[in-house]
Write a protein that binds this ligand. Structure first.
Ligand code: XMP
Length: 514
């Protein structure tokens, strides 16, 4: 394992991902973890991430010198680099010489461990105020910039390496190569980690954990729950029951996809609960977005719990486990605890007895999204499930601006299906992160169709490009594809006489309209 010590930057997750892209297993630990504890994990190498602080700031996170003296190869990046410099006796000055963004790097020691085979002039991504002016004793300086005399250093004997910039971001043109040089050449690691190992490991662990008891799993139609369920299914077969709540707010064909494709690929026991009437009734007369979300969330838990209760009452071994598709980023963001947590189901709202407690099975808690997709593909799930774009839990309920009714849902489902079909046909599914199709149900505009004037609703297309949905930009997609979608929607969907394109980035606009 390579430990990525997180100094509070948003970069630690990205570093961990890049290490895994180099086929080496990595985990993130907080910088507050005592060094002895880090070393007890017997890491093959340690990476110190960037961070928002100056090493001279009050309460700036530090690291014990022991870390550099344990014989474990260490790579410091940005803040981690400066920390390495100051801890080992180098000099870091608060010079006021800042560098932000794309910066030319001059490699002065081309044959060095990190820079071997990379150009002597390369573009790197910088983000710092302080600058290193003298490397610690025993280190050789391997690169500089116009502003910073020591932008990279290494002590090959002690296996200590550092760079002032961020090799993990794609704007550092040879960043991945430099990182791989550290892993393979510096730390002597082999690129042998794959998701196959994950499947074997998890299957064995789940079998052991579950024994002869039973487990249940909620399927949402999304990638994470589908892959988690498929993995548990592989481990314990018929001891797993999957529950899918159809709230009637799904897109065209999605429920059928879960009912047919998922079951065909996994052989899982699936309990489908058709609760669309119930959701429509609960949503009647409501047009406030937050209220809609709350109602959908509340009804969902009620229906899910009712289904759980029915399974609990069936004859058979005890139902002791609940499967969840928690991913590594969720684990890191919620404090990064390890081990299995016990949760009590939300019995305050549903019909479950007070003393029901499920133990969680979270087989994806060490994986990033792209790795989950790989696992899903290896488990034989079809592309339509594994490559599915994000879709919000409240479904089309939050893509109808205004009250949600059956007719409006049917209309939106048609328009959405056309847009998806054309985007797929144009080969845009990977380029576009997701494309919400929104019905402005309370808006009407005048149109002319056939011989008469119409007074119909607009449909909004919201194609966005993103890496993590935290920020997004509208996708500059080909006019011909937009034209085709527009023509088809206005021709084929009754009551729609206008298609508009949303050209807002996030921020300021969110991806969804509600
Ligand atoms: P926004 O609209 O906040 O969306 O920019 C960011 C991402 O989150 C998805 N989204 C949701 N996903 N439950 C979900 O599971 C929700 O309530 C929800 N709301 C938004 C949205 O589709 C986008 O990918």
């Amino acid at each position: 394992t390579v430990l990525v010590v997180d100094f509070g930057a948003q970069y630690a997750q990205l570093i961990a991902r890049r290490v895994r892209e180099a086929r080496v297993y990595s985990e993130i630990v907080p910088s507050t973890m005592p060094v002895a504890e880090m070393l007890a994990k017997k890491p093959a190498a340690i990476i110190l991430s960037g961070g928002p602080s100056s090493v001279y700031a009050e309460h700036a996170p530090t690291v014990d010198r022991q870390l550099f003296e344990a014989g474990v190869p260490v790579f410091g990046m940005c803040y981690g680099f400066q920390l390495m410099a100051t801890t080992l006796g180098g000099t870091v000055d608060n010079t006021g010489a800042r560098e932000y963004g794309r910066t030319p790097l001059h490699v002065s020691k081309a044959g060095s461990t990190l820079f071997e085979g990379t150009p002597t002039e390369q573009s790197v991504w910088m983000s710092h105020g302080d600058a290193c002016s003298a490397a610690p004793e025993g280190f050789s300086v391997t690169a500089s910039t116009d502003v910073v005399p020591v932008a990279a250093f290494e002590d090959d004997e002690k296996k200590l390496y550092g760079v002032q910039y961020h090799p993990e971001v794609m704007h550092s043109t040879h960043g991945q190569q430099v990182l791989e040089h550290f892993l393979y050449r510096g730390a002597g690691l082999k690129p042998d980690w794959t998701t196959d190992n994950v499947i074997d490991e998890q299957v064995a662990a789940i079998r052991e954990q579950v024994g002869t008891k039973r487990a249940i799993c909620g399927l949402s139609g999304g990638v994470d729950s589908a892959v988690a369920a498929a993995l548990v299914q592989k481990a314990i077969g018929s001891q797993l029951t999957c529950v899918y709540v159809d709230h009637g707010l799904m897109r065209k064909g999605e429920t059928e996809q879960v009912e047919k494709d998922f079951v065909a690929a996994t052989g899982a026991n699936l309990k489908v609960v058709d609760a669309s009437e119930r959701f429509l009734n609960a949503l009647a007369g409501v047009s406030d977005p937050e209220t809609k979300r709350k109602i959908i969330g509340r009804e969902f838990i009620r229906v899910f719990e009712q289904a759980q209760l029915e399974i609990l009452q069936e004859d058979g071994p005890e139902v002791a486990f609940l499967v969840q598709g928690t991913l590594y980023p969720d684990v890191v963001e919620s404090g990064g605890g390890t081990g299995t947590a016990n949760i009590k189901s939300h019995h305050n709202v549903g019909g479950l007895p007070d003393d029901i407690e499920f133990e969680l099975i979270e087989p994806l808690r060490k994986l990033f999204k792209d790795e989950v997709r790989m696992v899903g593909a290896e488990l034989g799930l079809p592309d339509e499930i594994v490559q599915r774009q994000p879709f919000p839990g409240p479904g089309l309920g939050i893509r109808i601006v205004g009250e949600v009714t059956k007719d409006r849902l049917d209309l939106l489902r048609e328009a959405d299906a056309i847009a998806r079909e054309e985007l797929t046909a144009a080969g845009l599914d990977r380029e576009i992160w997701q494309c919400p199709v929104v019905l402005l149900a309370d808006v009407r505009s005048v149109g002319v169709q056939g011989d008469g004037r119409t007074y119909g609703h607009p449909i909004v297309l919201r194609p966005v490009s993103s890496e993590d949905a935290m920020t997004a930009d509208w996708t500059r997609m080909p006019y011909e594809v937009l034209a085709k979608i527009s023509t088809r929607i206005t021709n084929e969907v009754a009551d729609v006489n206008r298609v508009v394109l949303d050209v807002t980035s996030k921020p300021p606009g969110t991806i969804e309209w509600e």
